[in-house]
Design a protein around this ligand. Structure first.
Ligand SMILES: [Zn+2]
Length: 168
C-alpha cells in the first residue's frame, strides 16, 4: 500500500520492498542501496493575500484559465515555508508581506504536493505590480472572494475554511 506511489528506488532504480523501521512502521526499502527510501513529494505554499488596510482579498487568474484562484508557489529545497510565502508574493505581485499566519495543509494528489495555506497581509496593495505568471487579478471583499473563487478547487477549500473561521 505504501509503495503505490513510489515503487522504485530514486537513487538506483531498483524495486523497493517494505521493511519495518523501528519507530516508523513499514517503510519502503532498497536492498541494492541497503537504505530506507521514504516517499518523496513536493511542498508548496498557497496564500490568502489580504490588504492590511481594507481587509480585501487578492484572487488571480493564471495560464489562460478564466477562473480565480489563490497565489501559490513551490517551496525551494532548504527554504522555510514562511520565507517562500513572502518570496512568491514579492515575485508574482511586487508586494511586501508584513505578517503571515499558518492556516492548514492539504495533500494535492494530482501534483504529489503538500500544500501549506497561509494568510499573508500586505501593506502596499496600491503598489501591486504583477509579473507574467498572472493574467489578471482583482481585490475582493471576503464575501465576494468566496463567490468568485473557482468552485470545488483546493483554493476554494482553503479560502472557505479560513472565512468560516474568520467572519468579517
Ligand atoms: Zn537503491
Amino acid at each position: 500500500m505504501i509503495l503505490k506511489d513510489q515503487a522504485f528506488c530514486p537513487a538506483c532504480g531498483s524495486a523497493l520492498v517494505e521493511r519495518t523501521l523501528e519507530g516508523e512502521g513499514m517503510v519502503p526499502y532498497c536492498g541494492q542501496c541497503a537504505a530506507f527510501r521514504f516517499p518523496q513529494y513536493n511542498v508548496a505554499v498557497s496564500m490568502i493575500v489580504r490588504d492590511e488596510a481594507s481587509g480585501d482579498i487578492l484572487l488571480i487568474q493564471q495560464y489562460g484559465r478564466p477562473f480565480y484562484i489563490l497565489v501559490a508557489g513551490y517551496v525551494n529545497r532548504g527554504e522555510q515555508a514562511e520565507h517562500a510565502v513572502a518570496r512568491e508574493i514579492r515575485e508574482e505581485t511586487g508586494m511586501t508581506v508584513t505578517r503571515a499566519r499558518f492556516n492548514r495543509t492539504r495533500f494535492f494528489e494530482p501534483s504529489n504536493t503538500l500544500m501549506i495555506n497561509f494568510t499573508a497581509y500586505v501593506s502596499d496593495a496600491a503598489g501591486i505590480d504583477t509579473n507574467a505568471e498572472i493574467d489578471r487579478y482583482r481585490w475582493f471583499s471576503p464575501d465576494e472572494a468566496r463567490k468568485n473563487i473557482k468552485p470545488g478547487s483546493l483554493a476554494a477549500e482553503f479560502l472557505n475554511a479560513y472565512l468560516d473561521e474568520n467572519p468579517a
